[in-house]
Write a protein of this length. Structure first.
Length: 188
């Protein structure tokens, strides 16, 4: 058991029979009344985000988690299959644990969070950005560069994202995996 004074971003806690990670928090000491901690919690099992307020000094259950690097191999009817980079052990992860899984290409490295006590995978996190090749996009129209015009593009993993009109087929682009936004064109 710990208290609210130990709350920090990224901390995993057990709350309402679920495991949450703290996305953001704020200690508040109003002029009148008791202090409290305002938090934004993300469920590691469902992915939903909730706002919660803990009274100052409230006891919380911290969950010990481990981050391990895995290499993406393939997906099938059982889920997404990964290989541990150290032990070469393979595991299968349910697709609901992954956000924007269509941005992963075979061989890419991801981190999987495990409950250190139960040895159960909690969630899988893609790197913050990936570099992929554009396999299909329509050609841009000359003269449309006055404003931020975008067009749909399909990348090598089959995912579809919005890109600026100057991007062509065969270009390598960097994509933010959290927002699916185009970041930049990558030169070799």
């Amino acid at each position: 058991m710990a208290s609210t004074s130990e709350i920090r971003n990224g901390l995993c806690i057990e709350y309402n029979h679920d495991i949450f990670t703290i996305v953001e928090f704020q200690h508040v000491k109003p002029g009148k009344g008791a202090a409290f901690v305002r938090t934004k919690l993300k469920s590691l099992t469902t992915g939903r985000v909730i706002d919660n307020t803990f009274p100052s000094g409230h006891k919380i259950d911290i969950v010990r988690v481990e981050r391990r690097k895995f290499q993406y191999l393939y997906n099938d009817e059982n889920g997404y299959n990964f290989m541990d980079n150290e032990s070469y052990e393979q595991i299968s992860v349910d697709g609901k644990m992954l956000e924007n899984a269509d941005l992963m290409k075979e061989g890419s490295e991801i981190e999987i969070l495990f409950d250190a006590v139960k040895e159960v995978p909690l969630t899988a996190e893609l790197p913050s950005h990936v570099t992929l090749v554009v396999t299909y996009t329509e050609t841009g129209v000359r003269g449309d560069t006055a404003t931020n015009v975008s067009k749909p593009a399909t990348v090598e993993t089959g995912a579809e994202i919005k890109v600026p009109i100057f991007i062509n087929e065969g270009d390598k682009i960097k994509i933010d995996t959290r927002t699916r936004d185009y970041l930049e064109r990558v030169r070799d």
